[in-house]
Ligand binder design. Sequence first.
Ligand code: ATP
Ligand code: MG
Length: 381
Amino acid sequence: MSSAEAASPGRFTELRLDGVGRRFAGKDALVDLDLTIRAGEFIALLGPSGCGKSTALNCLAGLLPLTTGSIWQDERRIDTLPAEKRGFGMVFQSYALFPHMSVRRNIAFGLQMRRLPRAEVRRRTEEGVRLVQLEEHADKLPGQLSGGQQQRVAIARAVVLEPSLVLMDEPLSNLDAKLRLEMRTEIRRLHQSLGLTTVYVTHDQEEALSLADRLVVLRHGRVQQVGTPEELHARPVNWHVADFMGFRNLLELEVAHVSGGGVDAEAAVRGEGLTLLGTATGPVSAGDRVVAAVRPEDVVVVDEAGGDNRIAATVEVVEYQGRELAVEVRTAAGRALHLRTERRLAPGDEVTLTVERERLLVYPLAPGEQAPAPLVDAVTT
Ligand SMILES: Nc1ncnc2c1ncn2[C@@H]1O[C@H](COP(=O)(O)OP(=O)(O)OP(=O)(O)O)[C@@H](O)[C@H]1O
Ligand SMILES: [Mg+2]
């Protein structure tokens, strides 16, 4: 299974989802998904629980019929094909290994079902065992393996079939933190070395950012944004995506004035005893309700109280996180803010904070649109 071989026959250049939608009992789970996946790409479907990630993946896999739209592999329509005719590999959160079969036999099973010559089954099985580094465990039963090892078997079982597309639904969520990190690297390594095309479902933004070439963020069944990790990290399109991408401080404020126009204009925003300069992500004008978003790592503790964009606050909760502390502070107006700092702060400390204008993103709120709920939680949530 060289990468050249993996990139050849039965392959596609593009897989296109065209207006794909799925309803359950009249309720939309996925609406109008347009997405073109290029061969060799690693795509992450990201979003909170219930946003339609698994629905999208299962539509792609052929496990769920579409309510609307179509799916195309180059010029060939495939949403009308049953799952087994699509030639995709699936890896789920539950490994679904055969408990009475050894690791080796679990990996060989799909190849045997395809009635490949015995020598080829053996060769590809051994290669699969090696790929996921389970040589020492190949004769064990799944029950004798750790969670991470079982997940490796599930991945090997899918990739030995040399699928044109690998679909993974939260494959790491049963693993502990350390194993998750290890398997993350493993999955990316396999993707690259085998020249796979992968669609990966997760609700973990860090996982999605570190694995994917492009991310698709869903909310209530609708695509919010499609982009590279850099694009999503730097410039979420709306405050919901910002919230999801780690902008934990979301303040509902009012525009005082705007210098310049359009996107990237400097917007002065105020409310709750604060006046801050931020960067407009869309057209805003004086008097508009907006959400100002900033990441905890972009809220900086400073010594001098004077200057632009200063926020006075009192430290409430400090959480040790190695070199840095995760800190929750409260402003005089009672607003909780999150920040990260290397300073050794303690509860009760009075601090002055600042945020660079470029790091405070200002999102217009549509009339009647609900603003984010104020932060009342503790640092760890
Ligand atoms: N078989 C089903 N019957 C009825 N409703 C369903 C069915 N499957 C999913 N839904 C609904 O569709 C919506 C999207 O579900 P989906 O499983 O795609 O979410 P998800 O993003 O994968 O969430 P999670 O992160 O919790 O796995 C949810 O509101 C869910 O309740
Ligand atoms: Mg799901």
